[in-house]
Design a protein around this ligand. Structure first.
Ligand code: 4NP
Length: 147
C-alpha cells in the first residue's frame, strides 16, 4: 500500500515541484503524503524556476509555495515510493539509498506508456516547459490510476 510519494529531479525547481503540485491536486482526498526534492541541493531553500511557475499558473496549478530541498536519508524511510524524472536521478537515488530502506524507487514515465519514452527531459536548458508539463500531467494520471 502506497501512502507517501516523493517526486525527485536534479534541482527540485522545475520538474519535481511541478509533479508535486499536479499530483497533489489529482490525489486530493486520498490522504497521501506528497512531497518533492532534488538530488543536487543546488537550489536549497530557493523558489521554483519562474518558467515552471508560469507554466503551472497557466494550467491552474500553484507551485509558488514550494521551496527546493535536497533528498535526505530520512526520505527513504518516510516515503513508500520515490519517483525519479530521469535515469540520472534514478541512479543518484540508488547510490544514496540507505541499506535496509524499503522505499520503492522508480522512473516516472513508465506510468505514461503512451508517451513511449523513459525520461522527463530537463527543461532547465531546453526551455520546453509546456511539453514537460504535459508529460508530468499524463504520468501523474497514470500513477494515480495504479494506486
Ligand atoms: P529540475 O531542473 O531538475 O527539473 O529542477 C533543473 C534545475 C536547475 C538546474 C538544472 C536542472 N541547474 O543546473 O541549476
Amino acid at each position: 500500500m502506497i501512502r507517501s510519494i516523493l517526486f525527485v529531479c536534479l534541482g527540485n525547481t522545475c520538474r519535481s515541484p511541478t509533479a508535486e503540485a499536479v499530483f497533489r491536486v489529482l490525489a486530493e482526498g486520498r490522504g497521501l503524503h506528497i512531497d518533492s526534492a532534488g538530488t543536487s541541493g543546488w537550489h536549497d531553500g530557493g523558489r521554483s524556476d519562474p518558467r515552471a511557475s508560469a507554466e503551472a499558473r497557466q494550467r491552474g496549478y500553484d507551485i509558488s509555495p514550494i521551496r527546493s530541498r535536497k533528498v535526505t536519508a530520512l526520505d527513504f524511510e518516510t516515503f513508500d515510493l520515490i519517483i525519479a524524472m530521469d535515469f540520472e536521478n534514478l541512479q543518484d537515488l540508488r547510490n544514496v539509498q540507505p541499506a535496509g530502506s524499503k522505499a520503492r524507487i522508480e522512473l516516472f514515465l513508465p506510468y505514461a506508456p503512451e508517451l513511449n519514452r523513459d525520461e522527463v527531459p530537463d527543461p532547465y536548458f531546453e526551455d520546453n516547459f509546456s511539453k514537460v508539463f504535459d508529460m508530468i500531467e499524463t504520468a501523474s494520471k497514470g500513477l494515480l490510476s495504479t494506486l
